[in-house]
Design a protein around this ligand. Structure first.
Ligand code: F6R
Length: 360
């Protein structure tokens, strides 16, 4: 069942090239450079979008916000489902709620869906499990088609959610005519290349993750830093590390470090920085230097040609614009996988956690 892999988590990380291919299948007309999401054809492009989710699915939503706002010009708020359901939320009939859930059974997310529907707002669901409660109750459901995810720690599901959010931003961007042709062209070409890029990069990324995990798994705490669309990835990297290796980890927007957290930095408290080749890199670089000035050790996940002087630069292939996240994500997943495995933890069944959180 594990297809020769030691754990389901590793198998699922390595399935990501296929996940991207499957998510794109039938949804992109490559010749006309057009995205079709028939599931949403009957619903108008919303005035505002409220994304409601938990955990890793929430991080996917936070990442998708950047693309939806920039390409489709739809204002997006991203809400933790357990907060959304108890807040006096302001919903306009022209808004839409998008619930994101791999299992489709998460109690808080399902409650968010029901509240939105009671208030007369359309709800779309981004789900992996066919026929799940969220899939049944949403006005429209988009399936992520990632295949069963067995490992408690979610990996390939996030990748599939990110592909669908990218497609959604392209789809609404086209419908609203807010998306420049060259951006659509670049985005689609980058998406098309992704499965091949991932396929060839993953084995080397695993070797690098293994080396780094050996060096760093004695750390008791970790910071993960990122800016812009890499901030949600920092949150996700920290979540993955803590849930399977039990190493304390916190994800921060790089610029927030100096507002308190930097006080924790010392030679025993390493930082994993997302330092990809993008416009925000100079800012990230100066945040890394601030950490180094406090003698903190740094792993920097970066792209070829980027000059970053740290203890452990980790160079992964570049991808266009925010799609670089699809290559950074498995690096984060592999690092936590290798750390947990090196520490002898039960990778697929971490303590205190269940795959599907059906109670509040
Ligand atoms: C983390 C993880 C959880 C889930 C969260 C939401 O690896 O698996 O944080 O992402 O419980 O689950 P779904 O997506 O099924 O609603």
């Amino acid at each position: 069942q594990k297809g020769g892999y030691k754990h389901f988590m590793l198998k699922e990380i390595f399935e990501q090239p296929k996940v991207v291919t499957d998510c794109l299948a039938g949804r992109v007309d490559w010749a006309r450079e057009e995205v079709t999401l028939p599931e949403l054809a009957a619903l108008p492009v919303p005035k505002r979008l409220h994304i409601v989710a938990c955990g890793t699915s929430l991080h996917a939503g936070m990442w998708g916000k950047h693309l939806l706002e920039s390409w489709a010009k739809v204002p997006v708020s991203v809400e933790i489902a357990s907060e959304f359901r108890y807040r006096d939320i302001l919903l306009d009939p022209e808004d839409m709620v998008l619930v994101i859930s791999q299992s489709g059974e998460t109690a808080d997310t399902l409650a968010g869906l029901r509240i939105a529907r009671e208030k007369g707002v359309k709800v779309a669901g981004l789900c992996n499990v066919v026929g799940s409660s969220i899939a049944r109750e949403a006005d429209a459901v988009i399936y992520t088609q990632a295949g069963p995810e067995i490992s408690v720690a979610s990996t390939k599901a996030m990748c599939s959610q990110m592909v669908l959010l990218t497609l959604l931003a392209l789809y609404w961007g086209r419908r609203k005519a807010t998306l420049a042709d060259d951006v659509r062209h670049e985005a689609l070409s980058a998406l098309r290349k992704l499965p091949g890029q991932l396929e060839s990069a993953l084995p080397g990324m695993r070797d690098e993750a293994q080396q780094l995990a050996r060096t760093y798994s004695k750390a008791r705490s970790f910071f993960y830093l990122g800016r812009g669309h890499c901030f949600p990835l920092a949150l996700e990297g920290a979540l993955k590390l803590k849930e399977i290796s039990y190493i304390h980890a916190e994800g921060y927007a790089s610029g927030e470090m100096k507002h308190g957290p930097i006080a924790l930095i010392d030679p025993e408290f390493p930082t994993f920085a997302l330092a990809l080749a993008d416009d925000l890199f100079p800012k990230v670089k100066s945040n890394i230097e601030e950490v180094q000035a406090r003698r903190g050790k740094v792993i920097a996940l970066t792209n070829p040609g980027v000059e970053v002087r740290v203890d452990n630069p980790w160079v992964v292939p570049a991808a266009w614009g925010p799609l670089a996240a699809f290559i950074a994500l498995p690096a984060l997943q592999l690092f936590s996988y290798e750390a947990a495995d090196y520490l002898g933890k039960d990778v697929d069944q971490p303590r205190n956690l269940a795959k599907s959180v059906t109670v509040e």
